[in-house]
Design a protein around this ligand. Structure first.
Ligand SMILES: Nc1ncnc2c1ncn2[C@@H]1O[C@H](COP(=O)(O)OP(=O)(O)OP(=O)(O)O)[C@@H](O)[C@H]1O
Length: 156
């Protein structure tokens, strides 16, 4: 574990910074819930500067453990594409396992797709952008292996 933390030191975020950013995981800052646990919105400093972020707090009752947490960090830190949400950092302190992502300010795609004002041209662009992101994952490069997502959806 020490070697892992050393390798990803640049992505580490202090627990105290996360509790301040979320007002101690106040439900008012909760923006969603998924397979990992609750997701909060907050502003904090991370590997790429300071911005609004999505903070995923792992809830062990959801069946995710340390191996899944470490795998998410190892995998996501290797993939960078404009159509993929970027992993900005993580916190592994005491019992806490937290992942920090770039915040998608327009929310889940399913809400966006329900917007009656969305034109067919815009819908087509969304399809192509999503396909480009997937194509990037599917094509192996020097920095990463081929990745098959297996769970692509517009929301939870
Ligand atoms: N980066 C983000 N920016 C904005 N909102 C987010 C972000 N990540 C998650 N959310 C919100 O939190 C909800 C749950 O996200 P999460 O990724 O945990 O669930 P999921 O997509 O079902 O993942 P899993 O497949 O692991 O269950 C999303 O539907 C979305 O509303």
């Amino acid at each position: 574990m020490d070697a892992f933390l050393q390798q990803f030191q640049h992505l580490q975020i202090q627990h105290q910074d996360i509790t301040s950013a979320t007002d101690n995981f106040n439900d008012d800052n909760c923006i969603g819930r998924g397979g990992f646990g609750k997701v909060y919105k907050g502003e904090l400093s991370h590997s790429k500067g300071r911005s609004t972020v999505a903070i995923k707090r792992l809830d062990p009752r959801h069946g995710q453990g340390i191996p899944e947490f470490l795998k998410e960090i190892t995998t996501l830190s290797r993939y960078t594409h404009e159509n993929l949400i970027c992993l900005l950092g993580f916190c592994y302190q005491g019992d806490e396992m937290i992942l920090v992502y770039e915040h998608a300010s327009r929310g889940s795609l399913d809400h966006y797709l329900n917007n009656a004002h969305l034109t067919w041209l815009q819908r087509l662009k969304i399809c192509l952008d999503a396909a480009e992101g997937l194509s990037y994952l599917h094509n192996p490069r020097e920095t990463h292996q081929r990745l098959i997502h297996c769970d692509v959806k517009s929301a939870t």
